[in-house]
Write a protein of this length. Structure first.
Length: 74
């Protein structure tokens, strides 16, 4: 029963580490189609989201704690 806790903790640890290494994410915000002189133009804007360092650190610490506590024997 402790295996899912260990796997979730490891995934949380790796996601926190990835967010610490690369904290900026680009996401598409919207697409707009414009027709100019018979030509269709597609305009796509992007949103850049920055993940705070404290969230990354909390994810790393929480994931490590879940792996450690999940692997302990009762």
């Amino acid at each position: 029963m402790k295996k899912p806790v260990i796997w979730f903790g490891a995934a949380l640890f790796l996601l926190g580490l990835a967010a610490l290494i690369h904290p900026r994410l680009k996401m598409p915000a919207r697409k707009t189609e414009v027709e100019v002189i018979g030509q269709k133009l597609e305009i796509e804007t992007q949103r850049i989201v920055t993940i705070p360092v404290i969230w990354s650190a909390l994810a790393i610490a929480g994931g490590a704690a879940m792996v450690f506590l999940g692997s302990r024997k009762p």
